[in-house]
Design a protein around this ligand. Structure first.
Ligand SMILES: C[S@@+](CC[C@H](N)C(=O)[O-])C[C@H]1O[C@@H](n2cnc3c(N)ncnc32)[C@H](O)[C@@H]1O
Length: 267
């Protein structure tokens, strides 16, 4: 049954469609996460929170790690178990999860999953759960939109963007409008899906926290994390994208934010 907090979402409700819309055939995101873990000497046990279809969790498993993938979407978890086997997949809400105390050497949270924590309380709860789940010295590796990007930049906002792709012979067309809710500090997205098979249009609304780099540092410090890397790329979703051998940047200006933090103390 769908928890009341999760609104319908065409992509996360249809994992195969999600992978078709956001292909990652070279497992760039998983390779980037593995590179971060390797460079900072993470132990083998990894939790991928907001694991989605399981692509990245399975890549980390293939790299020799013991991986648990966690997501709130049952459709995603079912897909992951079938199509990306290896990791254990469990249902969990990133606003509050308890998968056993201090068993993971690293928590990974990719493609803005962390930004589904909309309020300060949800962010604190997420980081506190990560702290409880991690062994001393454990790592948090995350990749997300950069709230600071929208300071003074409006080109992505308030104008409809139309994208089209064909999946299983049906053309899917999405018309997306992004707006900034300054009071809630959220990036809100309205997306209308139409198809050429006569189905009625479907409107879906999502939102992501607009999290600023210095704000993130403060939240992490309050939970006992030391920031090792916080930068805008190169990363798996930057242009040009990251590849092995590239080192982390020093700025946090562009539209993606990449974080590596180590649990050093208690909150
Ligand atoms: C943009 S997808 C990213 C999936 C995956 N990490 C990737 O990079 O392909 C965001 C994922 O977060 C999950 N999610 C959203 N809200 C969540 C919550 N409160 N707790 C756990 N997972 C959540 C969604 O179901 C979805 O699978």
């Amino acid at each position: 049954m769908r928890p009341s907090t999760v609104p319908p979402n065409l992509l996360t409700d249809n994992p195969e469609l999600y992978e078709a819309r956001f292909p990652d055939p070279d497992r760039l995101a998983g390779r980037w996460a593995e590179d971060c873990l390797g460079r900072h000497g993470a132990g083998p046990c990894v939790l991928d929170v907001g694991c989605g279809t399981g692509r990245d969790a399975a890549h980390l498993h293939g790299a020799g790690r013991t991986v648990t993938g966690a997501d709130i979407s049952e459709a995603m978890l079912t897909h992951a178990r079938v199509h990306h086997p290896g990791p254990e997949y469990v249902h969990a809400d990133l606003h509050g999860f308890d998968l056993g105390r201090s068993v993971f050497d690293a928590v990974v949270c990719l493609d803005s999953a962390l930004l589904y924590c909309h309020t300060n309380e949800q962010l604190d709860a997420f980081l506190s759960c990560c702290r409880r789940a991690l062994t001393p010295g454990g790592l948090l590796v995350a990749e997300m939109r950069n709230g600071a990007y929208f300071l003074g930049r409006t080109e992505l906002l308030d104008v409809p963007t139309v994208k089209e792709f064909t999946w299983r012979g049906t053309v899917h067309r999405s018309t997306t409008v992004l707006t900034v809710d300054r009071t809630a500090q959220l990036l809100r997205r309205s997306r209308v899906w139409t198809t050429d098979d006569g189905s009625p249009p479907v409107e879906q609304r999502s939102a992501w926290r607009l999290l600023f780099p210095q704000e993130l540092r403060r939240l992490l410090a309050a939970q006992g994390f030391e920031v090792l890397e916080l930068h805008d790329g190169p990363g798996p979703r930057t242009e040009p994208p990251w590849h092995e051998g590239l080192l982390p940047g020093r700025t946090a200006d562009a539209d993606r934010l990449h974080l590596v933090a180590r649990l050093t103390g208690s909150a």
